[in-house]
Structures are given as C-alpha cells and as structure tokens.
Design a protein around this ligand. Sequence first.
Ligand SMILES: [Zn+2]
Length: 428
Amino acid sequence: MLRKFIYRVGCLIRNPSIDKCYEALKESEFYSSEELHDLQQRKLTILLKFCYQHSAYYRKSFDKVGFNPLLEPINLDVLSKIPILSKDDLIKFNSEIHTTNSFKFKKKFFSETSGSTGQALTFYKDEVWDSYNRSSINRGLSWFSISPWDRNGYFWGFNFVFLHRLKTKLFDFLLCRFRLFSYSDNDLDKFLNKCKRARYLEGYSSMIYEVAKLANKKGVNLTNIKLIKGTSEKIYPHYSSETLKAFGQKIISEYGSAESGIIAFECPEGNMHLNEETCIVECIDGKAIVTNLVAMSFPTIRYDLGDYIELSDIECDCGRKHKVLKEVTGRVGKNIIGFNNKYPSLTLYYIFKNIALSSGLELTYRCEQSTIGFLTVYLEVEVTERLISLLDSEFGKYFKDDIKCEYVEKATVRVKGRKLKDFESFID
Ligand SMILES: [Zn+2]
C-alpha cells in the first residue's frame, strides 16, 4: 500500500484534477451511442467558442471560411467546414495556435515531441488536459484490473546523459516502474528477473517483441503478468505469439499522440475503442483526422496525425458503445540493426535531441538502413569536420562500434509522396 500512497501523493501534486477526470470517464464508460454523441457535441461547442475567442490562429482560420462559433449553432457536422491541420502547421503557427488567456489554467506542462523530420514540436499542455490523458490510460488499465501503482516494466526511452538517467530513475521509482536500458545480456537478465514481480509491462511493441523472443530463447516463462500494453508502434500478429509464450499475454494496444492524447484503447474483447470523451476521430481518405476535445492551452482541431486508419461499425461484446478503431495501418516501427545488436528507431530521436541540448544545433535529418551494420544519415546542412566529430560522439554513445554511419550532406530530407519518417529500414 506504500506504493499506492506514493503514487497518489505524486499524482495529486502534479494533477489536482485527476480524480475528477477519472470519475467523469468512468461515469460515461457505458453510455449509449446517443449519449456519447451529445457529450461530444457539448464539449466541441465549448472548445470551438473558446478557440475563436482566445486563439489568433483559429479565429483567422474560422473567419476565412465564414464560420463564427459564437453566433452559429454547433453540431458535429460543422467540423467539415474547418480546414485540416498538419504537424508542420503546428510547428509553423505554434504561438498563434496557443490560446492566450493563460490565467484560466491553474498549471501548464511543457511538452515536446519528435517531429517527422527531426524538427521538434513543442507546446504547453494545460493541467486538465494532462489529467484527462492520464485518467484515460488509467481507465484502460482498469479494464484489466490493473491499478496505475502496480509494479510495471517499461520498454522505452533510454537516455545516456547522466543527469537524465538520474531523473528517469527517480520518476521510475515514484511510478513503481523499472525499465530496460539496452538489449545487452546483462541488462536483459536483470530486467527479466524484475519482471517476475511485475503486474504489467508496457512500451514499444517492437522492443517487447525482441525481449519476448530472447526470454523464449532463455526458456524464461512468466505467469504473473496480467497485461502487456504496446504503444506508438504497429503491433504485428507474430509479436503476440512470442509474448504469449514468454509472458502468457498478447500485446494489447493503446493508440495516441502527444498532441491528441489517448485516441483509442483496446478492451479485453480485443477491440480498440475510441476515447470519444476526449477526442473526435474522422477518417478522411483513410487518414486519421483528430480533434482533441480537452486541449485548451494548445488546441488541435481536425489534426492530421499522419496515420492511416480503418474505423468499424461493429458492436463490441464488452458492452462499451465507443466506436471501434479496426486498425492503424500507417505507423510502422522497425529496429536499427547493428552487427551484434538491435536498437529501437527511437534512439535517433534521443541522439539528435542530445545534440540540440548540448550544442544548440537543431538538425533536420532522415536515416535509412539497407545493410546490417550501416546507417545512412541524410542532413540538410553542410557536414563539417566539427559536425562529424559531434555526430560520431553522440552516435557512439548508443551504437559504440556496432553501427557505421555515413553522413550525406545538403540532402533532401523529405521524400515526396510518402509519409515523413525519421527512419526507414529496407531490411526484412
Ligand atoms: Zn469492447
């Protein structure tokens, strides 16, 4: 119970609204389709009015299409009048999109996410938005009888800068979490050992899969895990056959993004339910267009996530009427493959983030791999001697001599007609 206490105290300091948000989400969990529809309409009305009054960007963009939310009645159909936003828009018009009446927010959190071409998107997240996000995850966990303070193993985000690592360890302790720092034998053994006392595991599905494979190779077989949650990456069917064998569970998916929050969460019946209390998801030309209903400090209305999705009309046996997201087809996570080890592609994000933090250099990049042990790094800038030594030293921290990097200077980082990715692998 000490764990619960530590978790609750930390939560209430950081997120005073979290209990209220969680109760609201539990209240509407078994709403009918009509009730969910009404709830969305009410929240959308508040959001659109607020944006028109407090965001210079939205006021201009609504005016351009002759839409005035203060004068017109609002239903879900009005969305189709509003132009679609891209991630580039969020970066380019960042300050105009942010709403101005900051006094309304008790608290704001700085948030940063990797852009598709390495350029970071930064924004402020108001406290209620953040609380809804955490509550949405906690509601999903509750479907599997998991409490957020249960001991859990975490499969992502290793940063080798000492201070970051220290901070990470502190937060991990507070959240009763332990994590895998690398795929090395020693780290892996330690991690699997800790898994024997965990209730759930979460993280990048490609990493969970790799660990499950290694666990199977070592003959490790755990029965104490009640849930494995994969985030941010596509979960291939063959991933789950490995995790079933090693940990007795398939990987269930949580789908979301930093800007849009939790978009969908898989229920015990295996269907991903849209988190309709916090977002409206449209599927236009196969693309996910998401309106975040709870983000007031940095609203994203009709935001093109850059993912391809399929929605479904099926009724789920679990009794929840939230629409079902059949599949996310667009996001694929692959590893970078060295001579001896594998690395999640997210490593690149940390490498370039470290470069930006230490030298102030914001590099736009794209990496490609077609041969094991070699990585081609395309950079928009000129590659000077000084830059080479900086890149070599940051890459070296993660890859040591396992991967040889080739830098291509003054390169076009954007590939026309394809989804922007910071890493692309041509290895099967
Ligand atoms: Zn269901």
